[in-house]
Design a protein around this ligand. Structure first.
Ligand code: NAI
Length: 342
């Protein structure tokens, strides 16, 4: 299955003419996307940053944006509204303060599929819901735009209330600089499935493999210092992934020694992936796509704002850092602070 890729030539910026565009949030993505959009020629007087009074609002003001603290007032003006506050606060803020005040034909833009896929936001059927989801952190969304380069981005129309949802999504993608290198046609379902799968299946396994590998090698007499450097502090894994993005996931191995290439290719081919595949399918279907995780997560969301042991994330950190790997790294970092600072 190959996806359609949209370029600048597929997008018409004229569709944004005379539209009032509201950015709800001026954080990682909000600050980057609002500045890119303005630099693409959208007049500053047509852009409103809706932000509670905090340092993000001050940042927006210092960059010359019109800041509105009253979300209802901002929503009433919006022809297009980007939801760029954290995913877990979007349902509360959007459903209580934004949705009741939005125009019937407003276009709502999300940068992540989560709340749309799990149907946590109250939209009207007449509204356009689109996803413009950069695959980069906000600072890169901005710096690549400033350098005249594009960045990877997923785009989709999730609800076509006006008949123009996809065209608007493409115009907005172009305005934030996302169609320059090609924006990939996707969906909230696909984006959410891949994102949560990576977070709940792939990376937990990688963390587990590092943890177990550390213990086995330590038991065989390797020192904490050598292990930490060998496994990640040298930044070798980061370089490998950079090469994988540039040269290819498998072809990057050409940069390794012959012994390493042989060991890695032969070792991976000899591993039976069926248990991992079954585990991955279980997570994907019985935890992510069936909303089990989302329902459990929404029960603890409020606790994530709490301090210390009342915060479940804090407990997870404490347990994870109590592992052999976690304790060893702490000691190594304290001993080698000078070396690490270089
Ligand atoms: P962020 O964490 O940087 O958001 C900060 C902004 O949210 C600030 O403007 C702050 O005033 C506002 N905010 C925070 N809590 C609030 C509350 N309780 N009520 C009202 N406003 C509140 O958000 P980020 O990381 O930019 O994420 C925004 C969206 O972009 C999310 O949907 C996220 O999944 C998506 N995204 C984020 C990426 C990233 O680089 N972090 C990458 C791609 C997509």
């Amino acid at each position: 299955m190959s996806a359609k890729i949209y370029y600048d030539s597929d997008a018409n910026l004229d569709l944004l003419k005379d539209k009032t565009i509201v950015f709800l949030g001026f954080g990682n993505q909000g600050a980057a996307q609002a500045q890119n959009l303005r630099d693409s020629g959208i007049p500053n007087e047509k852009i409103v940053v809706a932000n509670r009074p905090d340092h993000y609002a001050e940042d927006a003001k210092s960059k010359g944006f019109n800041v509105e603290h009253d979300f209802a007032k901002a929503a009433k003006q919006a022809d297009i509204i980007f939801l760029l506050i954290p995913d877990q606060v979007q349902p509360r803020v959007f459903n209580n303060e934004i949705a009741p005040n939005l125009k019937d034909d407003a276009c709502i833009v999300v940068a992540s599929g989560y709340n749309v896929f799990y149907k946590l936001l109250n939209f009207k059927p007449s509204q356009d819901i689109v996803m413009v989801a950069p695959r980069m952190i906000g600072s890169s969304v901005r710096s690549l735009y400033v350098k005249g380069k594009g960045f990877p981005c997923f785009v989709s129309s999730e609800q076509d209330g006006t008949g123009k949802a996809l065209e608007l999504a493409l115009a907005l993608s172009r305005a934030i600089g996302a169609t320059k290198a090609g924006a990939i046609a996707s969906s909230a379902r696909e984006e959410t499935a891949m994102d949560l799968f990576a977070e709940q299946a792939l990376w937990p396994n990688i963390i587990m493999l590092f943890r177990e590998a550390f213990s086995v090698l330590k038991e065989a007499g390797c020192s904490d210092e050598a292990l930490c450097y060998e496994m990640w502090m040298s930044k070798e894994p980061a370089e490998i992934f950079e090469r994988a993005a540039e040269d290819g996931f498998i072809r990057q191995l050409k940069h390794h020694s012959t012994v390493s290439q042989y060991g890695q290719l032969n070792g991976a081919l000899n591993l039976d992936g069926s248990a991992a595949r079954a585990h991955f399918k279980d997570i994907l279907y019985n935890q992510v796509l069936n909303a089990k995780f989302q329902q459990e997560f929404s029960k603890i969301e409020d606790d994530l704002e709490k301090e210390g042991d009342a915060n479940p994330l804090e407990i997870l950190y404490q347990k994870s850092e109590a592992s052999e790997l976690g304790q060893a790294e702490k000691r190594v970092r304290a001993r080698l602070a000078g070396l690490l600072a270089q």
